[in-house]
Design a protein around this ligand. Structure first.
Ligand code: ADP
Length: 603
């Protein structure tokens, strides 16, 4: 019994999201929703009216033949009336289609904006969580068309429901049993539709990692930034094979489902046809027996046939709604994913001028078994610089991400001016930090905007672009590009120009200098791709560039590292050595060994 009610609830779940979808459509465009509703009502009622007039016409014709007195005017008026009704149905259908296609565009846009808006509120960790990323992908793939589809089907169901009620009203004059047959013959098809829709959704959901992989392969195979390697390493055929392999696997599942769905649909459809012809025979027999007129027979046949079409349209609408609901549940699951809202409100620390402190900070990536950082403590004062040194994977970038508030430590605190980063208002915190990541973005935007993106409040401020470019040593080569700050970068768009790695790095450097208010400057391998002259120049001015600021530097080059006031050596997420260059060399530890190794390489 419990199982029974469970499955009923499941079937009723069809309507769970209809209300929300209609709400969404209503907010998107009230006038269009009203047109949709009005046209639905009209399109629902008119077919029964047409059948009714049809009956009057046939009976009128029979009477006129019997009377043998020419064509009565009233009969011609009835014909005209039926024509008018049919035109009315056509008008209502057009109005429905028009409202639908206008709503489709608006609603698609609205839902996509909702999805992207939500993405802005997510934490970096969410993006790195593959399960959550799947939700996002699924939501983006389908959900922009699903809400309207659900609304269309809900209204379609309503329209067919209205038609059915009016048909039933006419048919009941023949026999209530005819109405029962009409409805019952459609039920088996409904259950099979609902079942297969559920299967289809589960398939869709379960395979979303595959779909994501497919999308990834598409990107690698057809994007300019991967083309070079794919060609030279001849990866194309291999990746394309994988791409095909995924398709074939997915296709096999799709095909099986489609075959089962259509076979059952056909078999169960036969029941409906059988019911129709049985009723047909019954109506014919009743007419011959003289119990109903010829006009009534015509009407009942039309009503029964159209009623059956309406039942099957309603059922497939319900099947489709079930599917839409499942997809929408995915959309709302994504939209309602709880985000950790920042509760910080401080725009100033409790001890301004204290600088940056890490107090026994530990951090572990979700799903990882070891700490990426453990027990990190240091203090960086304004006007000082700090360098992080360590092998790949020792935790340098993770430390920077914690400092920027992208991750939260699970133990210990990060303090800026005496207040924990969590207590800072996120915007106020970000304004204090200028950062270049090793994998900084190469925006397919003009040069100036690539620099301006470092400070959104001065995004289009040309004077600032220039000042920042000057500091990042990007000015000289930008002056040589035709179009200068307005030259399009990257290859995606017309007349785009590609830069060398070192030039891009100079742009990134300039971007970090855009934030004039930032007093924490973080440079993660900022000069790795620059030529030696450019690097020397940057570091010659380093202390001037970072005057009154806190600078944090990651580099594998000791010539760069040694200019920092303090150096932290990281190993497996722990600080193993700490001090100035001279201290560390004198201590004769790992730093000293590595330094000598590199210095020897240059001799
Ligand atoms: P570094 O910058 O010193 O090369 P990272 O801070 O990038 O090192 O990485 C430190 C450790 O954390 C490495 O073991 C790395 O595998 C792991 N790690 C880095 N980023 C992630 C991530 N997004 N998710 C899980 N583990 C990560």
């Amino acid at each position: 019994m419990a199982e029974h009610s469970q499955s009923w609830r499941q079937y009723l779940g069809v309507f769970r999201y209809s209300q929300r979808a209609i709400g969404l459509v209503w907010q998107t465009s009230k006038p269009l929703t009203l047109v949709l509703a009005g046209a639905t009502l009209v399109a629902g009622l008119l077919p029964a009216a047409a059948a009714w007039v049809g009956q009057l016409i046939v009976d009128g014709v029979v009477a006129a033949i019997d009377a043998n007195a020419g064509v009565p005017n009233a009969l011609l008026w009835l014909v005209a009336l039926e024509g008018g009704i049919i035109a009315g149905i056509a008008a209502a259908q057009r109005a429905l289609q028009t409202a639908q296609s206008l709503l489709r565009a608006q609603l698609g846009q609205r839902v996509n904006v909702m999805i992207l808006d939500k993405a802005q509120t997510l934490q970096l960790v969410d993006f790195e969580d593959s399960e959550f990323y799947d939700k996002l992908t699924r939501a983006r793939r389908e959900a922009s068309t699903r809400p309207l589809s659900l609304v269309n089907r809900t209204f379609g169901l309503l329209q067919n429901g209205i038609s059915l009620a009016s048909f039933a009203g006419l048919l009941i004059g023949f026999s209530p049993w005819a109405v029962v047959i009409l409805l019952a013959a459609g039920l088996p098809q409904f259950f099979s539709e609902a079942k297969f829709s559920g299967d289809a959704f589960r398939l869709f959901r379960w395979r979303s990692p595959d779909t994501r992989q497919q999308m990834y392969l598409e990107t690698v195979l057809a994007r300019e930034d991967s083309a070079k390697e794919v060609k030279l390493f001849e990866l194309g055929p291999l990746l394309l094979d994988r791409y095909r392999g995924i398709f074939e696997r997915l296709y096999k599942e799709d095909r099986n489902l489609t075959l089962r769905r259509e076979t059952w649909g056909f078999i169960l459809g036969l029941i409906a046809t059988l019911a129709f012809y049985a009723t047909y025979g019954w109506i014919v027999a009743t007419t011959v027996a003289g119990a109903i007129t010829l006009g009534q027979m015509t009407m009942y046949l039309v009503v029964f046939r159209q009623g059956q079409a309406a039942v099957s349209a309603s059922l497939s609408a319900i099947g489709g709604m079930y599917e839409d609901n499942l997809y929408l549940s995915n959309l709302y699951e994504y939209l309602e994913q709880p985000v950790e809202a920042s509760t910080g409100t401080l725009t100033q620390g409790t001890t301004p001028g204290d600088g940056l402190r890490f107090e026994k900070v530990s951090f572990r990536y979700p799903g990882s078994e070891v700490d990426a950082l453990s027990q990190i403590s240091f203090h960086l004062q304004p006007g000082h610089s700090l360098a992080l040194v360590g092998e790949n994977g020792s935790g340098k970038t993770t430390l920077i991400k914690l400092l920027a508030g992208l991750y939260k430590p699970y133990e210990g605190r990060v303090l800026l001016d005496g207040s924990s980063l969590q207590d800072w208002q996120p915007e106020a915190l970000r304004r204090r930090i200028g950062i270049i990541f090793q994998d900084f973005m190469r925006y397919q935007l003009p040069v100036g905007e690539n620099i301006g993106s470092g400070d959104i409040q001065h995004f289009s401020d040309e004077a600032r672009w220039q000042k920042a470019a000057e500091r990042g040593l990007a000015e000289r080569f930008i002056e040589e590009i035709p179009g200068k700050y307005h030259a399009q970068l990257g290859r995606w768009f017309k007349d785009g120009r590609e830069l060398s790695g070192g030039q891009w790095q100079k742009i990134a450097m300039a971007r970090a200098f855009m934030r004039e208010s930032a007093d924490i400057l973080v440079l993660d391998e900022p000069t790795a791709a620059m030529d030696a002259a450019a690097e020397a120049e940057i570091f010659a001015h380093f202390s001037e560039l970072t005057k009154d600021r806190m600078a944090i530097l990651i580099s594998h080059r000791f010539s760069t590292v040694r200019i920092a006031d303090e150096i932290l050596v990281l190993e497996n997420g722990r600080i193993t050595e700490q001090g100035s260059h001279a201290d560390l060399v004198a201590a004769g530890g790992k730093y000293a060994t590595l330094f000598e190794l590199q210095a020897a390489g240059y001799q």
